[in-house]
Design a protein around this ligand. Structure first.
Ligand code: AMP
Ligand code: GLY
Length: 429
């Protein structure tokens, strides 16, 4: 039997954390979900409330978790994970869903993750690392084909340049060594360029075992037709028909099981999400990247599809006891999510505009806030690049997307920007 689960704390302020809190509150035994620092939409969800503690103030977090008798902490973003927040909270005796700093290297160091993949025989793009421009240019000269240039460390989703030509790769290498990436490390990873559709797969792990969520597809580019700069994600849909049940199992056997085993063999008790960003190439699935957390906006898309057991499952993962968790159930519906951003996103984001929301939510239509603030005047203001997402479920993707876009028409703020072609792969226009 798992210990009681009444109070949960979610760390983070994005749409992902807003959706996680909403989904975990559905668990029967859960009385309250705190989100720290949360956003302008946290208080709109039943049983959820903001705690004003900064992400990196671990002392205050521990204090609050102890005084509110929090049974489970779920860490949303990669930065606190990479900095060891889960380790510190666990040392204080708290149950945490999220890997420690060592496990978070899966995302925080691309070269470390690549080495792990090679050791474990996990299919991924060929790669090279370079510490200087000269080294990188020699790799390019010898490879004689365009390469993908990546920052080694965390770069807030902006650390990758994909070039179509050798000249383009050369320019990318030069820019990177002039400091284009604001990454924490000066190592650059060069990768063979793969081709194929991309899909995100999420494994909820307890160190030894895992449960998979339905596959999701994200839309990383800012503009319709997959044009413009890469963003954190402008929309998503799930389950992505790119992977059926059998091919999802194949991904588990070929990629996720060996990853968890390789982590364990390094002494890493990985209790959290392994997010595999895959490219489905003509020669089979290849790992493009691993992340150590839920994807955003994939999480907002997936949460309405998971059953009320989610909180118990994450709790069991945190306790290393997934075998004692109830079976996670999933709805058969299609889920669609569209993100609304401010006009300058992702280069710069304007904040401080009033957000007018007239949307009528239902069992199959949700609103998840991200970059918003609720102020003393009882109004919601924009406070970040990706402001919110509208999510809907239906028997088909056509229905789900129709309802998302209908919902979006009832949201207004200065410079609102969203893609009208999210889910173009699965719906009829
Ligand atoms: P990442 O941050 O590693 O997920 O990279 C961001 C995006 O760059 C991915 O979603 C892909 O669209 C693209 N990308 C990254 N690595 C490769 C690769 N080896 N071949 C082709 N495209 C890539
Ligand atoms: N949606 C992509 C990410 O969360 O990295």
């Amino acid at each position: 039997m798992l210990p009681p689960l009444k109070r949960i704390l979610v760390l983070g302020s994005g749409g992902r954390e807003n959706a996680l809190a909403w989904a975990m509150e559905k668990c029967k035994s859960v009385e309250e979900v705190f989100v720290t620092p949360g956003n302008g939409g946290t208080r709109d969800h039943r049983g959820c409330r903001c705690l004003d503690i900064k992400e990196d103030n671990i002392k205050a977090l521990i204090h609050s978790c102890q005084s509110y008798k929090v049974d489970l902490i779920v860490i949303g973003p990669e930065t606190p994970l990479a900095k060891g927040a889960a380790d510190e909270l666990r040392s204080a005796g708290l149950a945490v869903f999220g890997p420690g700093a060592h496990g978070a290297k899966l995302e925080a160091s691309k070269s470390w993750a690549k080495e792990l993949m090679i050791e474990a025989g996990i299919p991924t793009a060929k790669h090279w690392t370079a510490k200087t421009e000269e080294e990188a240019l020699i790799v390019l000269q010898e490879f004689k084909n365009p390469l993908v240039v990546k920052a080694d460390g965390l770069a807030a989703g902006k650390g990758v340049i994909v070039s179509e030509t050798i000249e383009g790769t050369k320019t990318a290498i030069k820019e990177v060594f002039k400091g284009k990436f604001s990454s924490s490390d000066d190592t650059v990873v060069l990768e063979e360029r793969l081709q194929g559709p991309e899909v995100s797969v999420f494994a909820l792990c307890d160190g030894k075992r895992m449960v998979l969520l339905p596959p999701a597809q994200d839309h990383k580019r800012l503009r319709e037709g997959d044009q413009g700069p890469n963003t954190g994600g402008m929309g998503a849909y799930a389950p992505a028909p790119l992977l059926n049940e059998a091919s999802l199992q194949e991904v588990k056997t070929l990629i996720l099981d060996p990853t968890l085993k390789a982590l364990l063999s390094k002494g890493i008790d990985y209790r959290g999400v392994i997010y595999a960003g895959l490219m489905l190439t003509a020669s089979g699935p290849r790992v493009i990247e691993f992340n150590c957390r839920f994807g955003d906006p994939e999480c907002q898309t997936l949460m309405p599809l998971v059953g009320p057991e989610l909180a118990n499952v994450l709790h069991a993962c945190a306790l290393g006891a997934l075998d004692k968790a109830p079976k996670l159930s999933f709805s058969n519906f299609c889920s669609a999510c569209v993100v609304a951003a401010t006009s300058g996103y992702p280069a710069a984001s304007v904040s401080g505009d009033i957000v007018n929301i007239n949307i009528e939510l239902s069992e199959s239509l949700q609103l998840f806030h991200a970059g918003t603030k609720y102020t003393k005047d009882k109004k919601i203001y924009t406070s970040g690049g990706r402001v919110l997402s509208v999510v809907a479920q239906g028997e088909s993707f056509d229905i789900a997307f129709k309802n998302v876009y209908k919902g979006m028409e009832n949201i207004h703020f200065n410079g609102i920007t969203y893609r009208r072609d999210i889910g173009n792969q699965v719906r009829n226009f």
